[in-house]
Structures are given as C-alpha cells and as structure tokens.
Write a protein that binds this ligand. Structure first.
Ligand SMILES: Nc1ncnc2c1ncn2[C@@H]1O[C@H](COP(=O)(O)OP(=O)(O)OP(=O)(O)O)[C@@H](O)[C@H]1O
Ligand SMILES: [Mg+2]
Length: 247
C-alpha cells in the first residue's frame, strides 16, 4: 500500500553549512516525482532524510503520519552505484533483504524467480557481479529493492552512470514495474529528459541551500513511450524545467 511523503520546513545543516532548505513538499501516495537541481544543492541530502539516513536540523519529514527518524522496511533506496556483494550470485544479491528478514531459502528463491523476468535477468540468476554489465548490475540493485515490496522508492541518480540507450531502456522497465505496484516514488536525476519521461511531477531546486523553486506537473498520458519524447508538449516541458534550473 503506497503512502504519502511530506516535509515541512525541512532544513539540514552540516556545522555552519546549510545544505538544504527550508523545503516543504507534499508527495501523494503513488505519485512519481522527479527532483532536479544544480550539483551540490542538497538533492541527495533530501533523499537521505526521506530514507531516515540523515537527521533534520529543523523542520521534519513524514512517512504518512509518522515522523521519519530511522530507515524503514517500507522504503527501498537505490543509488548511482549498485553496491553488489561480489561473492554472491545475482540471485543471492537480490534475495539479501529477505535473507536478513529471516525468510526461508525456498521462499526467497520463489520471490527472486518472480522478479528476474521483469528485470530481464532470467538467464543470469547464477552469475556473479563481475560478469555483469553496468546496466545489468543496476537491474540487480533494483531487484534487491523491489523484493522487499517497498511502499516508497527513493532513487538517487540510479542510472546516472549508464549510457543513454541503456538508461532509457532500464528506466522504462522501472516505469512498468512502478505502474504495476504504484509505489510512491522520488527520483533524483540530472537528466531532464528522464525526469519528464518518468514522472507525474518535477520539482526544481535552487542552488545550495536547495529550496523548491518550481513544481511542474507532467500531464503526459501513461503508459509512457519513447515516441512521446518527440512530442511538442514533451519538448515544452523539458524547456520549462531547463529554464527553471539556475546553475
Ligand atoms: N555528510 C556531510 N557532511 C558535510 N557536508 C555535507 C555532507 N553531505 C553533504 N554535504 C554538503 O551538503 C551540500 C549538498 O550535498 P548533496 O550531496 O545533498 O548535493 P546534491 O544536490 O546531491 O549534489 P550532486 O548533484 O552533485 O549529487 C554540499 O555542499 C555537500 O558538500
Ligand atoms: Mg547527489
């Protein structure tokens, strides 16, 4: 069941440095929100607060009614690097959260085999991370997040290190999985094209300390297709977002 994510006057400071805020945002359950903004404006810091990995200095973030103070099993997070365990197979990397939760080996296997086709990894269950391409490694990382059936997905430039074609394909696959489960999703990206293609809404942040300067609705029909990126409406949205980002 997906859930609202909100912040109220959220500020993060590191010593004398204000890294973020104040930021007040309301993300409705099941919404896909992209966050863009200049480097160093506090995007990762915001995601880390939402993940319960970073404390607020002022204000608060809430998952539903609950103030976020620590990581939650309801929240799955993905970063730019896959951080796979090299000594574990694809299957055992994906199953790790279930193993930590004490789920039996048979149930873990069944859950992984359900996911592998969606991730386009059905032939690689027994492969090791060093046998995978960058895109495949990110698919494994995505599998490791999805297997815990999170209600919230927090994605910090998850495809940032991949080439353009690979990231387009994997982001459309992510979108298909999101359409099925409708997690509340927040994705940081440097790629305006990717932000428009995936999201319901794009939040644009100012330079550090990042505040939300634009909140742009992306009312393009779903399911989304690559062909939509050639529409005038798509180009207009991308241009609006680009103009709102002050570097
Ligand atoms: N743990 C930390 N200790 C001290 N300063 C930090 C810490 N984490 C982040 N910062 C600072 O906070 C600011 C925001 O960093 P953050 O990583 O959130 O930016 P970002 O928007 O994600 O940048 P990028 O687009 O380059 O990933 C930066 O000035 C950074 O140096
Ligand atoms: Mg960052």
């Amino acid at each position: 069941m997906s859930i609202n994510l909100t912040t109220h006057n959220l500020v993060v400071e590191f010593g004398a440095l204000r890294a973020l805020g104040p930021v007040s945002i309301q993300i409705q359950a099941g919404q896909f929100v992209a966050i863009v903004g200049p480097s160093g404006c506090g995007k990762s810091t915001l995601i880390r607060v939402l993940a319960g990995l970073q404390a607020a200095s002022f204000g608060e973030a809430r998952l539903g009614e609950q103030i976020i103070r620590q990581p939650s099993m309801r929240v799955g997070m993905m970063f730019q690097s896959a951080n796979l365990m090299p000594w574990r197979t694809v299957m055992d990397n994906i199953a790790l959260p279930l193993e930590l939760a004490g789920i039996s080996s048979i149930e873990r296997q069944a859950a992984v085999y359900d996911l592998l086709p969606l991730l386009n990894l059905e032939d690689f269950a027994k492969a090791y991370p060093d046998e995978l391409s960058g895109g495949m490694a990110q698919r494994v990382a995505l599998g490791r997040v999805l297997i815990q059936k999170p209600d919230v997905l927090l994605l910090d430039e998850p495809f940032g290190a991949l080439d353009a074609m690979t990231r387009e394909q994997i982001s459309l696959d992510l979108l298909a999985m999101w359409a099925r489960d409708r997690q509340t999703a927040v994705m940081v990206t440097h790629d305006i094209h990717e932000a428009v293609l995936l999201s319901d809404r794009v939040l644009v942040m100012s330079p550090r300390p990042g505040q939300i300067v634009e909140d742009i609705a992306v009312d393009l029909p779903r399911p989304r297709h690559i062909e939509q990126t050639y529409d005038t409406e798509f180009a207009y949205l991308a241009q609006t977002i680009r103009k709102a980002i002050r570097l």
